[in-house]
Design a binder for this molecule. Structure first.
Ligand SMILES: Nc1ncnc2c1ncn2[C@@H]1O[C@H](COP(=O)(O)OP(=O)(O)OP(=O)(O)O)[C@@H](O)[C@H]1O
Length: 631
């Protein structure tokens, strides 16, 4: 929770832990441990940060110098020793110190900010490169939002530590130390009075920070619930409206927001007195200096000059301390973010071989493959073996959760297998550099990702050098050219965020065109589960047929009508291949596939109706290696 002099409540920027669960800060983490977690980020540009801290210290000392000069002026007046030229000289000195203070602070800030932005830039690049080698399955889906937030929010938050905290805190520490020694040298009793005030402020702040950390878990949970319900409310808007559930959904979001607000209010009420006391004491050592000073002066045990010294210097004593304590209060949030950033920087990567691959063809082999997802109780795949030859279509079918997509993910090396081997073109995928694997395999997933850019730019992701004629050629083969040509600016039309200006079928056809452009030997196709309109479905099927030609196609099939012509159907159930063969043989075998087929036929005719759909969807027509139609 961020606390500063003006905002004595949890920062609006605070966010719940990525997994959405409450996570309390370990109370054992001391201030020193938390700072130690942050310092490594300053290592690379340490010369700049040191220079910035030195300049900030000089600037803060200049500010203190001003108070000293003012003290000399008052002392001169009180002692009746002030002369015109003397006063002008002092005024000049104040002006010079003021200018020096601002110039030094500005240069310090400039240096620290330049260094901080360099540091953040390099950090983001490093994390980006690291993520490129992390198993893809770990950086997609649910984790992607978390990674995105860490890369933007947590990395950005480090800027406040690097650019502000380092110079300002070093300056504050030096100035407090210098002032304290100076005050003790002048009068130890007065120095003690001033220091006691700050000691009390530190004690209050310690209690407040410690207590607020204990509430961190509950606060995180309340924020997590609120953020979750708001995101769901926005995402689910179409469903909510369709089913007229606005009342229920808004009620949940309203309760969550009210819960978070109540929590913050309770937090504020509990800690406001402590923080108010702390800021008052830290900002005003005069609270103790003035009464003690006047008592000593009345007793005649302190000179007027010394009393004035404390009155004036004491005013500047609390400022740097306030900054120090402020930073301590923000440490929880900063170190929490730093830990997430470090986790990403050190994320486990897939080992990658440098060895250049042999020529290799499009043969895909799974040999005794077993795989369990991290934290899962059972294996997603057990002893899976099959071979898919160039120019053939292999279809993976089976009940939901059977393991079909996992086969596709292991083939693309989203993860490494636990047992057994996956080979592409005769090479173990673990022996292929990623670039070599990706030059052999492309995948077309149902949730096609398109950049918020033009159609042409989205296609050129597959081949940056492709000319316009080639783009048009692949789009024609993927049955995408017609609709692209009809867009307001043709291939130069922007598709919107994640292709939002296109229909699901159009996005898929562009993804297929992109795969055609990449022109790899192996294509992994995760068929869309969502119903698309018949016209689009036929176009998508035609586009898929273009893809199949002369390649090895592995298709995760959800509509059995599309794979009746496949060369090989693998029926997956409970992570095992329980049947394999061609459609007719499997129907004749009258086992799981036959039951699925009968169920599929029944639902197709009920859901869509022969009259609406006409003939069943045209199956994928694989092409034999010799170019002859296989079916
Ligand atoms: N990232 C993951 N972490 C943990 N378990 C997972 C993960 N992805 C899938 N699983 C589990 O692995 C098993 C196989 O999932 P998979 O997605 O391969 O099934 P599927 O046959 O493709 O299902 P569907 O047809 O519904 O897409 C399921 O039990 C699923 O819950």
């Amino acid at each position: 929770m961020s606390v500063d002099a003006t905002t004595e409540e949890p920062s609006a920027q605070e966010r719940p832990p990525p997994d959405g669960t409450a996570r309390e800060e370990e109370p054992s983490d001391s201030v020193a441990q938390r700072v130690a977690a942050l310092l490594p980020f300053a290592r690379e540009d340490r010369a700049s940060y040191v220079l910035s801290a030195v300049l900030a210290t000089a600037g803060t000392l200049a500010l203190l110098g001003q108070f000293y000069v003012i003290y000399l002026a008052i002392d001169g007046v009180v002692a009746d020793e002030a002369t015109g030229p003397g006063m002008y000289a002092l005024a000049g000195a104040v002006l010079a110190l003021l200018v020096a203070h601002h110039v030094l602070m500005a240069v310090s800030t400039l240096i620290s900010h330049r260094a901080a932005f360099r540091t953040l830039y390099r950090l983001r690049l490093r994390i980006g490169r690291r993520l490129g080698r992390v198993p893809l399955g770990r950086v997609t889906g649910r984790r992607s939002g978390e990674i995105q937030r860490t890369l933007s929010e947590d990395v950005e938050r480090l800027e406040s530590f690097l650019a502000h905290a380092i110079p300002e805190l070093v300056a504050a520490l030096v100035v407090v130390a210098v002032t304290t020694v100076w005050m003790f040298a002048v009068d130890w009793r007065m120095a003690l009075a001033a220091a006691a005030c700050l000691a009390l402020a530190v004690a209050l702040s310690g209690r407040a920070v410690h207590g607020s950390q204990a509430l961190m878990g509950g606060y995180m949970a309340a924020m997590s619930r609120m953020n979750g319900s708001i995101v769901e409310l926005v995402r689910a808007m179409p469903v909510v409206r369709t089913f007229n559930r606005t009342g229920d959904t808004f009620a949940e979001a309203r309760d969550a927001i009210r819960g978070a607000a109540d929590y913050q209010a309770r937090w504020g009420l509990r800690f406001l007195p402590l923080f108010t006391g702390f800021f008052t004491l830290a900002a005003a050592p005069a609270v103790t200096i003035v009464p003690v000073g006047l008592l000593l002066w009345t007793n005649g045990s302190i000179s007027t000059t010394d009393l004035l010294f404390f009155f004036v210097i004491g005013l500047g004593y609390g400022g740097p301390v306030t900054k120090l304590l402020n930073f301590t209060a923000q440490l929880t949030q900063l170190s929490y973010g730093a830990r997430l950033v470090t986790d990403l920087e050190e994320a486990e990567v897939l080992p990658e071989r440098e060895r250049a691959p042999g020529p290799g063809d499009g043969t895909v082999e799974f040999d005794g493959v077993g795989f369990r997802y991290e934290g899962a109780g059972t294996e997603a795949l057990t002893d899976v073996s099959f071979r898919a030859s160039p120019g053939t279509v292999t279809a993976l079918v089976g009940p939901s959760g059977a393991g079909k997509s996992t086969v596709a993910k292991l083939l693309c090396r989203f993860f490494d297998t636990d047992t057994g081997t996956v080979r592409v073109g005769g090479d173990d995928v673990r022996d292929l550099p990623f670039s070599a694997l990706m030059s052999r395999v492309s995948f077309v997933f149902q949730d096609t990702f398109l950049f918020d850019d033009t159609v042409a730019a989205n296609l050129r992701v597959a081949d940056p050098d492709a000319d316009d004629a080639r783009l048009e050629d692949v789009c024609r083969r993927a049955r995408a050219h017609e609709f692209v040509a009809d867009l307001p600016e043709g291939y130069e039309t922007r598709v919107g965020e994640q292709g939002s200006r296109l229909s699901g079928g159009q996005r898929q056809r562009l993804a297929i065109a992109r795969a055609l452009l990449k022109d790899t030997d192996v294509i992994v196709l995760d068929e869309a589960t969502a119903f698309i309109d018949p016209e689009n479905e036929v176009a998508v099927q035609e586009a898929v047929e273009a893809l199949v030609h002369d390649r090895t196609v592995i298709v995760v099939a959800h509509r059995l009508s599309t794979i009746t012509g496949a060369d090989q159907i693998l029926v997956v159930d409970g992570g095992r291949i329980v049947e394999r063969g061609r459609h007719d043989d499997l129907v004749a075998a009258d086992a799981l596939y036959a039951r699925m087929w009968r169920a599929f036929e029944a639902t197709e005719s009920i859901a869509l109706g022969e009259a609406v759909h006409g003939a069943p969807t045209e199956p994928i027509q694989p092409t034999a290696p010799n170019g002859q139609e296989d079916v």
